[in-house]
Design a protein around this ligand. Structure first.
Ligand code: GLC
Length: 382
């Protein structure tokens, strides 16, 4: 990619954000037409992308995604704007959560010299504390109670719960709606358990452990480093899969045989593990074309897997927000070969796909909503 293309990426990235920015509400919907509400991890990624432009709107956007926080610290995965939706008993927000990228986003903003609103670090601490206190197994892993909470909604890792032999988006959707009814909610309306679907995913656990470490860095409070260490030790003890060279998910309630399937997010343990050999094995697969490496990677599912479909939602395409998190993991292990490959294919794919929500990893053809806010992360690989 030459300098001119890099400049085009920056310009387009900023225009994706500015064109969907809602000044009154202080955030960008992921795509104003397809996704008109606020999504938690999307707004965190938007904040990171704003920071890459040195734009203080990132701090407002990060703050706004915590506006839906309940009095007990829980942060909903959506706040509804306009059209009515139902994700549990709360009228204006979801009762489920999503990966906690807010601590990392706060750190990125601070490093970019952008001031955080007063009170935001405390809200982040309460959010992380809620996950640690209310979503932990006896083994010390963090669990989710709905596929939406993973952010990887239709991942092949959930297939056996949905009883799917072959992927069917509508059936997945029907199952997701049934799962809302299978959840148990606390007094304030936050989901705390499910009678059908409870799982400790490798990726969600890695995001939480990473968030703890980032929060320790933000606040200087070493007790969060202890929690990060405890959680990453549990991830390595309980989730490492020597055959795949990835971290697998641990089913807790429901038929979870599919939780061991190789998907890109199984490599995210590299964000937090202390085991260099494992990190190397997982990161090597990001360059390997029979695993997650692709001209417009990273593929979410290996092309050698029978379930791989280069165009289907969460069944093969590349996702900009996962590329960004994998790039962070590769940077942590000083894998310049991997960081360079991810940065190059992410920028190239952003241009080819029109800053799409996700794209075909072989051709870069844009899929889902176009443009999508988190594709603006293409400017953040620096
Ligand atoms: C889809 C994705 C989810 C994302 C949302 C809004 O549901 O699976 O991760 O947060 O869209 O972009």
């Amino acid at each position: 990619m030459d300098d001119e293309d890099a400049e085009t990426v920056r310009e387009r990235s900023l225009s994706v954000l500015t064109s969907s920015w809602r000044e009154a509400d202080g955030f960008c919907p992921p795509n104003p037409t397809v996704y008109p509400h606020q999504w938690l991890w999307d707004s965190c990624f938007h904040a990171i992308a704003w920071a890459a432009h040195g734009d203080p709107r990132g701090a407002r956007e990060l703050d706004s995604c915590l506006h839906g926080q309940l009095a007990n610290g829980f942060v909903p995965h959506m706040r509804y704007f306009g059209r009515t939706v139902s994700r549990g008993p709360l009228p204006d927000r979801s009762s489920f959560t999503q990966p906690p990228i807010y601590a990392h986003a706060a750190r990125v903003l601070t490093r970019a010299g952008i001031d955080l609103p007063t009170g935001l670090p405390m809200s982040i601490g309460r959010a992380l504390d809620w996950l640690w206190m209310h979503r932990r197994t006896d083994d010390g892993l963090v669990y989710i109670v709905h596929p939406w909470e993973s952010g990887s909604d239709d991942s092949p890792r959930w297939d056996s719960w949905v009883s799917l032999d072959s992927y069917d988006k509508r059936r997945f959707g029907r199952y997701d709606r049934r799962l809302v009814a299978a959840a148990d909610f606390d007094d304030l309306g936050a989901a705390v358990w499910s009678r059908s679907f409870v799982v400790a995913p490798a990726a969600f656990n890695a995001f939480v452990a990473h968030a703890f470490a980032e929060f320790a860095g933000l606040t200087g409070d070493a007790s969060w480093d202890d929690r990060a260490r405890q959680l990453s030790a549990a991830i390595d003890t309980l989730l490492w899969d020597e055959t795949e060279g990835l971290w697998s998910d641990l089913p807790i309630v429901g038929d979870g045989a599919s939780a061991r399937r190789p998907t890109l997010d199984g490599a995210l343990g590299a964000l937090v593990t202390t085991d260099e050999t494992r990190a190397r094995r997982a990161l090597d697969q990001l360059l390997d074309p029979s695993r997650f490496g692709a001209p417009f990677g990273l593929a979410f599912v290996p092309p050698t897997d029978a379930r791989y479909d280069a165009d289907a939602y969460w069944r093969g395409p590349a996702w900009p927000q996962l590329n960004y998190m994998m790039w962070l993991a590769a940077r942590r292990w000083e894998r310049d070969d991997v960081t360079a490959a991810i940065a190059t294919c992410s920028r190239r794919a952003a241009l080819r796909s029109g800053f799409a929500e996700y794209w075909n990893p072989e051709t870069g053809t844009g899929l889902g909503a176009i443009p999508q806010g988190w594709a603006a992360l293409a400017a953040a690989f620096t």
